[in-house]
Design a protein around this ligand. Structure first.
Ligand SMILES: [Zn+2]
Length: 565
């Protein structure tokens, strides 16, 4: 290792920092919290549980496939980089454990020729992935790179395809992949394995993208928006799951690996409290319009409130990886009792500012794409999905239409119809229209006592059919939007009771009832294989409108459970 100066200059706040203090702080500036670059070895040391770090012994020799020289022969540049870093190449691979979960980690080092992607770097990343595949371990990559190494020409370029294939094989095997993106990560590394992790975690302030700002400025002379290509900027645009301070990273990674790890589902079948009411006669009658008003009560727990109260180890995941992070849909991973779950729900908020920030619980297409992405993650990791429904509908706006609102809702319906894991939905407030159903194609659909489920808002129905929106109460009665009616119609499978005075009067008690209801359904579904789950789910929705006594031919599928996807 090269000797380090006693003092370092922070590029974020321009403070001069004592190097030993900086090292104790894992390279985080004590003045502003900005991140200094770490070496690959420092990354491995930072992430590994005590005494768990073992280097992977894969000998990969760097090559000079083009006999390249730009005045200085490439071979000499390699020798210089090796001497300066003490590393054979720009990545170090190791096996270690994080929060007691064993994993394979490949950490890049920007000091070695700008962390460039050479044949050897691509080979080391691929071998790390192959070891993860053989041993069925999670793969974590820590990236820092300017892009493909020019000195290896197209051989370097091919590493993008090779590493992307390696990531795909881990996807097919259902193994967890996490990418930790550090400053800077650009070009061929960003556009291959760095962006293909199940979870993408970025360091605060880390810059990443395909074309760097200088390239953009030089080639198309476009002015760049403020904060362009920083982790925070990209989080808002849906490309990053979370931005984590370096000091919290090991704990959060440990939590994600532990929640995402596969477990024996049979071991999770345990006696659970039965709180769900399945007989319509046991549900108190109420005027559907009263139910509408109760379902919209501003004091009812929101989806985020329920997540906070019913989940352990919850980690919220952001973004649709396409260009947005819709605040009207929240989701992530966590645990309900011993069951790991993926959770998704509409989020409204409580205060006027909150409501506006969450778009009143009306998702735009990015929201449904986020939901779909989380469902695919659940399918890959083999985790059940729990969705909470509380929306006045999908966002009706020009932008939403231009971004394909109808298309994304349709695609989410189709995705849920074939998802090979258990799905449980609870309508906790307003279940309105296709915007609600889009995340409610579940094996079990429950509704809370004072929640509603309807094809259109009673006001909207009154305006269209009664030509008078003040006829909303009449419309609500005609539409039979209340829990008791929905249970008699078979639209829901059960009603979750609410505390005296409604969920808004005792949020903790309401959450306990929702939690117990979900646990009972998950426990009941745990023993079903994917083929049976999908066949039964399809049959559940196939029967609406079929008429009494009609047995659809597709019901035959029930006796011949199909594939897992
Ligand atoms: Zn600083």
């Amino acid at each position: 290792m090269s000797a380090r100066p006693d003092w370092a200059l922070c590029r974020h706040c321009r403070a001069v920092v004592y190097a030993k203090r900086l090292a104790r702080n894992h390279g985080v500036c004590p003045q502003c919290g900005g991140c200094f670059p770490l070496t690959a070895q420092e990354w491995l040391d930072l992430l590994a549980d005590r005494d768990s770090l073992r280097p992977l012994d894969c000998e990969v020799a760097s090559a000079d496939p083009l006999g390249f020289t730009d005045g200085v022969p490439y071979a000499d540049r390699l020798a210089q980089a090796r001497a300066a870093t003490g590393m054979p190449e720009a990545v170090l691979c190791a096996r270690l454990s994080i929060g007691d979960t064993p994993a394979i980690v490949a950490a890049m080092d920007f000091r070695f020729m700008g962390g460039s992607l050479s044949g050897a770097v691509g080979e080391l990343i691929t071998r790390a992935a192959e070891i993860a595949l053989t041993e069925r371990l999670p793969l974590i990559t820590v990236t820092a790179s300017g892009g493909v190494r020019m000195q290896e020409g197209v051989v370097g370029l091919m590493q993008m395809a090779k590493t992307a294939q390696a990531m795909q094989q881990l996807d097919e095997a259902g193994l967890i992949t996490v990418c930790v993106v550090t400053d800077p990560t650009y070009g061929g590394v960003a556009a291959s394995y760095a962006m293909l992790g199940d979870i993408v975690i970025a360091e605060p302030g880390a810059r990443f993208g395909f074309a760097g700002p200088r390239v953009i400025a030089q080639t198309i002379k476009q002015e760049l928006p403020k904060g362009f290509q920083t982790a925070e900027f990209l989080l808002e645009r849906g490309f990053v799951d979370l931005v984590s301070p370096r000091g919290a990273l090991r704990e959060r990674l440990g939590r994600i690996l532990s929640v995402g790890g596969r477990r024996d589902t049979a071991a999770n079948v345990c006696p659970v409290e039965q709180v769900v009411v399945r007989d319509p006669d046991q549900v108190a009658e109420q005027d559907p319009w009263d139910a509408v008003r109760k379902a919209r009560h501003i004091g009812r727990p929101t989806t985020s409130d329920y997540f906070r109260m019913i989940l352990d180890d919850f980690e919220e995941l952001h973004g649709d990886r396409v260009g947005g992070d819709c605040p009207a849909i929240v989701g992530g991973v966590g645990r309900i009792g011993r069951d790991s779950v993926v959770v998704i729900g509409h989020e409204k908020g409580h205060t006027p500012a909150d409501l506006a920030a969450h778009n009143f619980g009306m998702p735009n297409p990015a929201g449904y794409r986020k939901a779909a992405r989380l469902m695919r993650l659940a399918a890959k990791w083999g985790l059940p999905v729990v969705t909470l429904v509380d929306t006045p509908g999908a966002y009706p706006g020009v932008d939403a239409e231009l971004q394909g609102q109808a298309t994304v809702i349709a695609e989410t319906l189709r995705l849920m119809g074939a998802l090979p894991v258990p799905l449980v939905t609870v309508v906790t407030g307003e279940g309105c229209s296709g915007g609600a159903l889009a995340i409610a194609v579940a094996d079990r659909v429950l509704i809370m006592e004072n929640a509603i489920y309807t094809v259109i808002s009673p006001e909207g129905c009154a305006a269209i059919l009664w030509k008078d929106s003040s006829a909303a109460p009449t419309a609500a009665r005609a539409l039979r939007v209340d829990a008791r009616s929905l249970l008699s119609l078979g639209i829901v499978d059960g009603v979750v009771p609410e505390p005296e005075g409604g969920a808004e009067s005792d949020q903790t008690a309401a959450a306990a009832l929702v939690r117990a209801a979900i646990r009972a359904e998950l426990s009941d579904l745990a023993s079903r294989d994917p083929g049976r789950l999908v066949a039964e789910r399809r049959a559940r929705f196939r029967r609406f409108g079929a008429g009494p006594g009609y047995v659809p031919q597709s019901a035959a599928a029930l006796s011949h459970p199909g594939g897992s996807q």
